[in-house]
Write a protein that binds this ligand. Structure first.
Ligand code: ADP
Length: 970
């Protein structure tokens, strides 16, 4: 056996180990680069060993199996493939008889190497694993021996002899040791790497640690310190490390490093309980708490100490703040207006504030340590139990209950309870007795209001923000709507779009509500809509309701639809009533007027009685006295004639007086009314002239008329009153004028007419002029005494003129004469241009020839009948008599031919007027002359209306009678 190839092979293997170590260091672990490089390496070494065969027999035999097995095992598939390809290529290139065996050996080595890797590589390094590897190696080489069987028969013997032993004994040993060498080397490398990584990790951990880290030995010399610690100590990085006892707990009286060491020796670790104080660059304190951990060797001797410091500056600051707030809270606790109790988990009171003592009435020693249950009666606790279940869920429990005070009195409270940290409970108790009282009152008030609200006869709505907030049952019935629908509606949403006055419901409703909100109480009519568009007429009153700060408007709604329907009926009735009322008030007025009249006439009657008694008695005394004289003695005719004359005069005076009194009474009783007659002024004056002409002639006075009215004027006015006034004045003129003349002048004066009566009589003094219009005033003159009179004439004239709207004046001079001026308004009816001459005839008719004339006299009084009959028979008339109206009618009915009827008006059975009407019905041509006691205007009109044209007044003036009869009988 040649030693050189063996040495070669060994040297190749050493190169292999060295290069593999190099690759391994560079490409740690199973990277692709490692596989490629180790493949190439193993391939090269295998090729080199093939080129240096150990046995140069027929078949070259070398160390390729060793190299390729190890290469496949450590390098894996890629390395095995590369090394295999390289070896096989070279083997084929070398050629020879043993090519096939050579390729086979390469293939077997690689396959078994890969199988071993797959099976054992990841197993931990144990004897067992190594045994398995050894077994694999032996199997490999056994297989190689078997391949030798494939060698040609000639060479077999030689090869078997030379190779078998070394292959089976030496090759496996070399392979195994090579494996051990590489494997150990690989493990070593891995461990070193692991260690480096751990160390790096630790370093990074220490450097980046938030805590201060420092390691020192038992001498106190610092071995390691992290950057944070260096910063803390203001040491510069890289400077000589100092002594630990010069850095930690400097100036601290309670702890030092000796204490720390002894504590660590005793307990292995130590945690400092007091803070170590450092100062930062800005001189602010840094508070640190240290923990120490001893590092002991295998003999349990302390070698080093690791100190770790935690910065507690922030915690320190918080603690300070907490302490501050704690004292703050404590004072709040005592000042709180509510009672505060703090109880422990067992329910005992551990703290109470001042208010709690006041509220409960207990003293501190009576409350602290006691169960909170002493504050509540058993019944109350059953009624409102403490809800520990809820409290333990962390909820705030709010309750209201009665608290029993120390003296046994009850106080209504509101209690808020909450579980606090560390299992304590805090209860805040508020005295709500006042509130409870108000609430109870409010509830009662509310109840009352609700009862009123619900039982009200009218619908009531409570409005808020123009919307219905609440309503009563009546409202729901009225609007035929459900409560849930009504609530939230605005009033105009259940009203027609427009109200009666054409105003829009919404605008109008808002206006009314605003008025109510301002405190007024609007009252108005409104139309609402109920279901099926039914219109409801309502009368609404709004008023403001203030509850707390809130303002509501309450609407009281009255359904007046029915009333509305009845309204027309009522209106009708009302107008009827008004009419009735009007009539009643008219009647009332009439009654009032009648009453006034009655009172006046009563007054008049009294005045009449008082004033008249004297005036009436005087002529009556004359009459009665002379009658007595005439009866009693034998008087000669001359004396008797004188007495009769006196009686006649007194009677005339009495008659005149009575007429005047009646006239005056009527005027004063305001019974005198004006009548509208249409007459010609000329006729009025000529009548007067004719009437007074005889008297003037008797006294040798000249009576003249001066007409100053240019035309013949027809006027409207009261003819009789005009005659009465002017007649009276003319009569006075005749009385108070002895000689000379009397002139009647009439003229128009503006709207009025003036009538002047001028006389040349005795005149009236200035002083007397104002008196002559007073009643019963007669001026004391000789003439006045002899001429009689009542003193009422001018008073009557004045009243009548004034009644007609005119006036009466007098101008007079004593001894020369007087002018009486009457001015009255008369309405001009017609004015004839041709000035008719005023015809003034001599009116005196001494007697009348009535021969052949048939005259019917109707008169119920026998004396009067006799007088008239005597007068007419003296004129040769044929006279028929009737004593009442019926008899007149009978006679005419019987066909009696009559030329004239003289008819008294006041008669029994049938009065003159009625009789005249009936007579005219039978024969309209029979002239009738009315005979009446005194001229009542009503009567005169009735007489005229009946168709009677002329009237003669009683007592009968024959002159008058003849004058009138002459008209009809010629
Ligand atoms: P009597 O009825 O007395 O005439 P009157 O009222 O008519 O009453 O007149 C009042 C008085 O006025 C008379 O009494 C008289 O003194 C005076 N009197 C009236 N008219 C005239 C007159 N024409 N001339 C003078 N005196 C007159």
């Amino acid at each position: 056996m040649n030693l050189i190839p063996i040495l070669n092979t060994l040297s190749f293997l050493i190169v292999l180990v060295l290069l593999h170590d190099f690759i391994l260091r560079r490409y740690y672990k199973e990277t692709a680069s490692y596989q490629v490089f180790s493949g190439v390496l193993f391939g090269l070494i295998a090729v080199l060993s093939m080129l240096n065969p150990i046995f140069e027999t027929t078949i070259i035999f070398d160390g390729r199996s060793i190299v390729l097995f190890i290469g496949s095992y450590f390098g894996g598939f890629v390395a095995a493939l590369i090394a295999g390809v390289m070896s096989i290529t070279v083997s084929i290139l070398l050629g020879g008889e043993g090519v096939t065996v050579g390729v086979l050996i390469i293939t077997i080595s690689i396959i078994i190497g890969l199988i071993s890797r797959t099976l054992f590589f990841s197993e931990p390094e144990t004897i067992r694993k190594r045994a398995k590897i050894l077994a694999s190696i032996i199997i490999l080489h056994f297989c190689i021996i078997l391949t030798l069987l494939l060698i040609p028969a000639g060479a077999k013997q030689e090869i078997g002899r030379e190779i078998s032993i070394p292959v089976l004994l030496i090759f496996p040993v070399i392979t195994y040791f090579l494996y051990i060498l590489i494997d150990q080397h690989q493990n070593q490398l891995r461990l070193r790497r692991e260690y480096q990584r751990v160390q790096e990790n630790f370093r990074q951990l220490a450097e980046n640690n938030y805590n201060y880290l420092v390691r020192f030995d038992i001498e106190g010399d610092i071995i390691y310190q992290n950057q944070k610690f260096i910063d803390l100590c203001n040491l510069q990085s890289g400077r000589n490390r100092g002594k630990i006892n010069e850095i930690l707990f400097v100036g601290n009286s309670t702890i030092n490093m000796d204490i720390v060491f002894s504590q660590i020796n005793a307990k292995r670790r130590y945690l400092s309980d007091s803070e170590d104080i450092f100062v930062d660059k800005n001189n602010n304190p840094i508070y640190v708490i240290w923990s120490f951990e001893g590092v002991f060797n295998s003999n349990n001797r302390l070698e080093d100490v690791i100190a770790s410091g935690i910065d507690v500056t922030e915690r320190h600051r918080l603690q300070m703040a907490l302490d501050n707030s704690e004292s703050h809270l404590s004072s709040i606790f005592d000042l709180a207006a509510d009672a505060i109790l703090i109880g422990n988990p067992q329910g005992q009171i551990i703290r109470a504030n001042q208010r709690a003592y006041e509220l409960t009435g207990y003293k501190e020693n009576e409350l602290i340590g006691k169960s909170i249950g002493i504050l509540f009666s058993k019944e109350e606790l059953e009624r409102v139990p403490f809800r520990y279940d809820l409290l333990n869920q962390g909820l705030v429990v709010r309750s209201e209950r009665y608290l029993t005070r120390m003296d046994g009195s009850l106080t209504f409270i509101e209690m808020n309870t909450k579980r606090m940290p560390k299992g304590t409970y805090s209860a805040i108790i508020r005295d709500s007795s006042e509130r409870k009282k108000y609430e109870d009152e409010l509830r009662a008030g509310e109840e009352r209001y609700r009862t009123l609200f619900e039982s009200a006869n009218d619908a009531i709505l409570l409005l808020k923000d123009y919307k219905v907030l609440e309503c009563n049952q009546k409202a729901l019935e009225l609007f035929e709507i459900g409560k849930e629908k009504l609530i939230g509606l605005s009033p105009w949403e259940f009203s027609p779009r427009q109200q009666k006055g054409r105003l829009y419901s919404n605008a109008l409703a808002i206006k009314y509500i605003d008025i109510a909100l301002n405190g007024d109480v609007p009252h108005f009519e409104w139309e609402h809509i109920a279901s099926k568009d039914k219109i409801i007429y309502c009368e609404i009153k709004l008023n403001l309701v203030e509850i707390g700060q809130e303002k509501f408007v309450q609407a009281i709604i009255k359904d007046i639809s029915e009333q509305k329907k009845n309204l027309l009926l009522i209106a009708d009735k009302e107008s009827m009533l008004i009419e009735k009322n009007k009539k009643l008030s008219e009647i009332n007025n009439e009654l009032k007027a009648a009453k006034i009249k009655a009172e006046e006439s009563d007054k008049l009657k009294s005045a009449f009685l008082a004033n008249m008694s004297h005036e009436i008695r005087t002529p009556l005394n004359g009459i009665l006295g002379f009658c007595e004289l005439l009866k009693g003695k034998e008087l000669d005719n001359e004396k008797a004639q004188i007495f009769i004359h006196v009686i006649e005069k007194s009677s005339q005076q009495l008659l005149e007086l009575i007429n005047d009194i009646i006239d005056l009474s009527k005027i004063e009783a305001k019974q005198e009314t004006l009548h509208q007659d249409i007459f010609r002024l000329d006729d009025l004056i000529s009548d007067l002239y004719n009437l007074y002409f005889p008297s003037a002639t008797n006294k040798n006075l000249k009576l003249t008329v001066t007409k100053e009215v240019p035309n013949s004027v027809t006027v409207m006015g009261d003819l009789l009153k005009m005659k009465q006034i002017l007649g009276n004045i003319i009569n006075n003129a005749l009385k108070f004028t002895q000689n000379g003349s009397i002139e009647i002048i009439y003229r128009q004066h503006g709207e009025k007419f003036q009538f002047l009566v001028k006389d040349t009589g005795i005149g009236i003094s200035e002083a007397d002029i104002s008196k002559i219009f007073e009643r019963f005033r007669q001026i004391e003159t000789e003439l006045g005494k002899s001429s009689g009179g009542t003193g009422l004439g001018l008073a009557i004239c004045k009243s009548l003129v004034e009644l007609m709207g005119g006036n009466i004046k007098v101008q007079s001079e004593v001894g020369k004469g007087s002018v009486f001026i009457v001015e009255v308004p008369l309405i001009v009816e017609a004015c004839e241009a041709n000035n008719q001459k005023l015809v003034l005839e001599d009116p005196i008719i001494k007697t009348i020839n009535l021969t052949g004339k048939k005259i019917l006299i109707a008169e119920d009084e026998a004396v009067n009948m006799l007088l008239i009959k005597s007068i007419l028979e003296e004129c040769n008339a044929t006279v028929f008599e009737a004593f009442n109206g019926l008899e007149v009618v009978d006679l005419v009915e019987k066909g009696l031919t009559i030329d004239l009827i003289i008819m008294d008006i006041k008669m029994p059975k049938l009065n003159g007027i009625e009789a005249a009407i009936k007579v005219f019905e039978m024969n309209a041509n029979i002239p009738i002359i009315a005979l009446t006691a005194y001229a009542m205007h009503q009567e005169i009109h009735a007489i005229r209306q009946a168709g009677i044209k002329d009237i003669v007044t009683k007592p009968i003036d024959t002159n008058d009678l003849f004058f009138v009869m002459n008209k009809y009988l010629g």
